[in-house]
Design a protein around this ligand. Structure first.
Ligand SMILES: Nc1ncnc2c1ncn2[C@@H]1O[C@H](COP(=O)(O)OP(=O)(O)OP(=O)(O)O)[C@@H](O)[C@H]1O
Length: 236
């Protein structure tokens, strides 16, 4: 369970989050809001990639300020642009690297790598250079490379942003089938219709917290009322 307690954050004296309190227990949680509203900053706090300036974030009682490494073993994070997440030359190596330092034998690493690539439709690409994959395949690889570590919670920061409709569907169906708790940041509002809970972030504050359709209505109303800063995305 993730708890966010009285979290404030600034970058270079520019306030980005203002007093966020949350307890996240639901299986499927969406986070929506305008560009620059603070969603990614909040998401990155949930596994200790960003430490709050004030307040604290607890994962199963562990404070991200003190237990970042242990928390990141429990909470996987998928970034918006798979290219920035793919770090090894071949597809299999990119998955296997996530298993290093876990005391697994080479045979176990190879077996788990082969299994996860098969599960996510990448078996035929095992030894291919990762940079030659299509955009959708790269996003699936980024997802597989996180899921092979068997996190208890998965945070996905706009994992469908760069994908065409077919690949959006593939990634979304994959996420929805996972047994893990999934926390998904997205500008594709329709993805969230069957989520358990959706948070609307507006200029660093929690503007709405509830059912998906009401959250989307709230976000659209905010945009219509000019409640988000100018020049930001219109919700789809
Ligand atoms: N590392 C950083 N250093 C300085 N400023 C940052 C940093 N990361 C984010 N910001 C700023 O903090 C604000 C919130 O950014 P954040 O990425 O959290 O918003 P977001 O809601 O995820 O936006 P988007 O939908 O565009 O991804 C923005 O003004 C952004 O420019």
């Amino acid at each position: 369970m993730i708890r966010v307690e009285g979290v404030h954050h600034s970058y270079d004296d520019h306030p980005v989050l203002h007093g966020i309190d949350l307890t996240l227990t639901e299986s499927r949680v969406g986070i929506i809001g305008a560009n620059g509203s603070g969603k990614s900053t909040l998401a990155r706090m949930l596994n200790g990639l960003v430490i709050p300036e004030r307040g604290r974030v607890l994962v199963d009682g562990l404070d991200t300020r003190k237990h970042g490494h242990r928390i990141r073993q429990r909470v996987g994070f998928v970034f918006p642009d798979a290219d920035t997440q793919i770090i090894m030359p071949t597809v299999a190596e990119d998955v296997a690297i996530g298993l290093s330092g876990r005391g697994l034998s080479k045979a176990d690493v190879a077996r788990r790598t082969t299994d996860i690539l098969a599960r996510y439709g990448l078996a035929a690409h095992h030894d291919r250079p990762a940079h030659l994959l299509s955009g959708g395949q790269k996003q699936m690889l980024a997802l597989a490379a996180v899921l092979v570590t068997e996190p208890e919670i998965l945070i996905c920061d706009e994992p469908t942003t760069l994908l065409d409709l077919r690949n959006v569907t593939l990634v979304v169906e994959t996420l929805k089938a996972l047994p893990q708790q999934v926390i998904l940041l997205t500008h594709h509002l329709d993805i969230l219709h069957d989520f358990d809970r959706v948070l609307v972030i507006d200029e660093g504050r929690l503007a709405f917290d509830g059912a998906p359709s009401e959250a989307v209505d709230h976000y659209r109303a905010l945009v219509s009322a000019g409640g988000t800063a100018p020049g930001r995305n219109t919700p789809r």
